[in-house]
Design a binder for this molecule. Structure first.
Ligand code: 13P
Length: 251
């Protein structure tokens, strides 16, 4: 039985006060009987603050939005896994489409970051997904295969044991245009089958999240699909009330 994950990706948002309000809002709204594993991923500069705010609860886990493939050295602007561990970070998003498209992280860059994250014992959340153009050209499966195979080539199939994958169609991110539950399920099933070709146990145990305009109104029908094990949430994770609705949808 795979536990549903509801992970917030706050991207480049949040003041100190905003982080306090949001964390407290989520904390206060949890019932204690919620079934999902809840993760929040603030901007790195707010991780220390979030750590402090979460110090009296284990109901919300801390995630980071990226990590370097290097452990230390002359890599201006990067963050190492050891630094993240000092802030009780447990999960690291890697290969988000914004990192791939805007910051030009290649499949190999992403695979190297994934390798370092995995080696440290943190849990990578590997993002994969096609652009609208690629979907229209019927290249969805090919793109996803390439993105996942880059990690398998660099780290081996065993590296997916205990890792998380997030399918985030680029055309659904921040657009209000969610993939239908059927569209998402189709890709999730494809990912699970593709992993099963290499290792059936890893494939059946890995949590595959959907991301792209998930909100309180559409989360349940997505999460109800057989191969959808939760969501990676952008915009809707910035409002406690909306994020809590998504957490409830996992019950
Ligand atoms: P939105 O939920 O804002 O579409 O963002 C999804 C996302 O990119 C999460 O990583």
């Amino acid at each position: 039985m795979r536990q549903t994950i509801v992970a917030g990706n706050w991207k480049l948002n949040g003041t100190r006060q905003g982080v306090k309000d949001l964390v407290n809002g989520i904390k206060n709204g949890l019932t204690g009987s919620d079934k999902a594993c809840v993760i929040i991923s603030p901007v790195a500069i707010h991780l220390g603050l979030a750590q402090k705010l979460l110090s009296d609860t284990s109901a919300i886990k801390l995630g980071a939005q990226n990590a370097s493939s290097h452990n230390e050295g002359a890599y201006t602007g990067e963050l190492s896994v050891k630094m993240l561990e000092e802030y009780d970070v447990k999960y690291v998003i890697v290969g988000h489409s914004e990192r791939r498209a805007i910051f030009k992280e290649s499949d190999l860059d992403v695979a190297k970051r994934f390798k370092t994250i995995k080696k440290s014992g943190l849990v990578p959340i590997l993002c994969v997904g096609e652009t609208l153009e690629q979907r229209e050209e019927n290249e969805t499966q090919q793109v996803i295969t390439q993105q996942i195979n880059a990690v398998i080539d660099e780290c081996g199939i065993d590296s997916f044991d205990g890792s998380v994958i997030a399918y985030e169609p680029v055309w659904a991110i921040g657009t209000g245009k969610t993939a239908t539950p059927e569209q998402a399920q189709q890709v999730h099933e494809f990912i699970r089958k593709m992993l099963a070709d290499k290792d059936t146990q890893i494939a059946s145990e890995i949590q595959i999240l959907y991301g792209g305009s998930v909100n309180g109104a559409n989360a349940k029908e997505l999460f109800d699909k057989e191969d959808i094990d939760g969501g990676l949430i952008g915009g809707a994770s910035l409002k406690a009330e909306e994020f809590l609705k998504i957490i409830k949808a996992a019950n």
